[in-house]
Every structure is written in C-alpha cells, then in structure tokens.
Ligand binder design. Sequence first.
Ligand SMILES: NC(=O)c1ccc[n+]([C@@H]2O[C@H](COP(=O)([O-])OP(=O)(O)OC[C@H]3O[C@@H](n4cnc5c(N)ncnc54)[C@H](O)[C@@H]3O)[C@@H](O)[C@H]2O)c1
Length: 376
Amino acid sequence: MSENEGKQHFVPFDRPVRAAFIGLGRIYDLNRLAYVDNNDVDVVALVEPSEERRRQRALDWPTAKVFSSVEELASSGIEVDAVEVLTPIALHEEVVLSCLALGWHVNLQKPMTNDLQSAARLISSAESHGCQLRVMENYLFYEPLLRLKEAVDSGELGAVSGYHLKMVASGRGGWDVPGDTYEWQFEEAQRGRGILYFDDGWHKISTALWLFGPVKEVRAWIGSTEVIPGLAVDAPTTIIWEHENGVRGVWDITLAVDMYLRSDYYTNDERWEVTGQRGFARVNRCTGRGIQQPSFEVYLDGTMRSHHALDDDWASSFRDSGRHWLRYLRSGVGPLHWSAREAYDVQSLAMAGYESSARGGLGVSPSTFAPPLPSS
Ligand SMILES: NC(=O)c1ccc[n+]([C@@H]2O[C@H](COP(=O)([O-])OP(=O)(O)OC[C@H]3O[C@@H](n4cnc5c(N)ncnc54)[C@H](O)[C@@H]3O)[C@@H](O)[C@H]2O)c1
C-alpha cells in the first residue's frame, strides 16, 4: 500500500502546528515528550473527562486550555490544526471521526480500531475531509530496531533465511498502570481483543511488515490463561507467517505471571532475531530491561559486534515518532509510519491471525481476508 495515497489535499503548515491532546492517561506521559521544547508545535488544548488528570496535566502546558470533551473544545472557538488521540481503543472510531469532521489532522495511538470495518470508515472519513490520519508506530523509531532494519537491508547478513519475535509478559515490575486503564483492557479482552496479541502485538506485526513487506499467509494459535477469576490473558500464543518474498517469521507470546522484570514502563521482555545465510542480528530488549547486554548485536563470520551506545530507552521512540509527525505536518516529508492505509494492512494481518486461530491454525491470506479499500 502506498503511503502517498490519500494525502493529495495536504498542504504543510508554514507556522507552528496548533495541537491538542485528547486523552491524558498512562501513555500521555510518553507521547507528550515529542511536544516538549519543539518549535514545530504549540499545544493549545487538552481534552480529558477525568478532572484529576486535567488538573495534573495542565501543569505541563500552562498556556493550554483544558476541556472535558472534544465537543467542548470544538465549541470553544480555539483554533486546532492537529490532535494526538490517546483514548481507549473502543473509543478510537468515535473520537477520530469527530476530530476529522472538524478538519483536524489526527495522530492516533495503535491499535487503529477493533475491526476492519471501523478502520475502513476512518480512512474514508480522513480522505473525504482532506485530513491526515496517522496511526503512530513508535517501534519504527526505536534505535535498535532501526539498526536491525539497516543490517537486514544492507545485505551483510546474506539472504535472510527467517526470523523470530519473542514476547514474555511478566506480572511483576515496571510502572504503575491506573485501575481504569486495566478496566477497558479487560473489556477489550472480553470482546476478543487481547492485550498481548492485539494491543501490544500490533507493534510486532508492524515490525514484521516494515522489515519484510506484505504477508502471504498467517497461521495462528491464540491461547488463553486465566490470571484472576473471570479474567483471561491471550497467552500462550504462537503465530507463524510467510511474507510474499518467501521469508518466514515466528512469534511466540508467553506469560510469566510471577517473574520480576526490571522496566521503567511495562513489564514486557521482547526480542527480534533475524537469521541470514552469513550471520544473524538481534535486538535484545525494548520496553523492559530484560537482558542486560547491548540492545543490538550482529554476529558475522565468528565475530559478535555489540552496540553499546544506542538510544535504547523505549520512551525515546515515542519522542522521535511524535517529532516525526509534527515535522511531517510542517514539511510534508514522509513516510508517516503509518499512514491510515498502511495501518489497515497491519490491522488486516492481526485480523487474519484471529481468523486462522478460529479455524484451528489453518493458513489465512490477510489480503484475501480483509475487505479491499476503495481507491483513494
Ligand atoms: N504505543 C504504545 O506502545 C502504547 C502503549 C500503551 C498504550 N497505547 C495505546 O494508547 C491508547 C491509550 O492507552 P492508555 O494506556 O494511555 O490508556 P489510559 O486509560 O491510561 O488513558 C486513556 C485516557 O483517555 C481518557 N478518555 C476516555 N474517554 C475519552 C474521551 N471521549 N475523550 C478524551 N479522553 C478520553 C481516559 O479518561 C484516560 O485518561 C490506547 O489505544 C492504547 O492501546 C500504546
């Protein structure tokens, strides 16, 4: 899918972008980093139903006005060019449609929405209103993963034979997550959109498409483990796929409820390892600080090269992804990572995985499974 599709109406801003945050919960703490000391943007408004959060976050932006809903902001007369939508997933469609109808460009947190029909409605609305809709993918801005892609693309590993992604969700360590954040995550799980495969897994699917291009076929076995009575988490889960270029990927998701994982953020132990005919390259960690060795390593011809000076703080990927978006609005220079149509490809692969699991692990082609989008 071309990221240029659907952006024909966009004229870059020749002044700082007037921006608003919509949703001031847990992940706002990292999304805000892109807006701090950034001449590309003026934060003019904050929108959040919780009074306590409005009060806390207003301290970050003394000149911004605060509102409890998008409607209140819209009727305030404050001019807004672009918004950062950081609401629970089930509200993405409703909130984004309101923003697009007001003519605001949108930087939306992943996952795009809960299903493909909803994603298609967002794309159609963005295109008909001539607005940019980006589904931000901070992992594509994480320096160790950027180095992994460079190693793959340079050909130094030889022809790629295959790769492996690993996620271990642990129950101990990391930052505090508010109770109401867990509540909507539990509701997501109940509607069949698990926190590991769908919510966090969105990033792993993104990196797969970014590294090796479209997937021809996916086979998934999505499991379930009850962690407290009535609440199940979507692990153990195992997914395999083959890209159109013939490269195969394997992704395993494991739960280790009692394991302590040192992390400044979520307790997620992640790895990527690409094997080529001559050597391999791997990213040893991302969100958490599982393996205490350099975050990126390349093995070739009997020698391991370890990269000791990368910016491998996960928060930096949010900062850089958000800065990229704001620079894009000022310059028009992409790629967006992801455009709404590219995000639809991510969503298609996620949904094809669910379909495969429902069919007992049979192969499903994402492009055949997902309804085609009308041309823009
Ligand atoms: N990129 C990543 O790695 C990453 C990590 C965590 C979360 N996320 C995503 O970010 C989004 C938000 O997650 P979170 O963990 O911050 O959730 P959260 O529950 O902590 O925060 C969401 C906030 O939105 C507010 N809200 C609810 N309805 C609203 C409305 N109509 N208008 C404005 N605000 C509203 C809530 O009161 C809350 O403060 C989700 O899509 C989630 O999947 C992404």
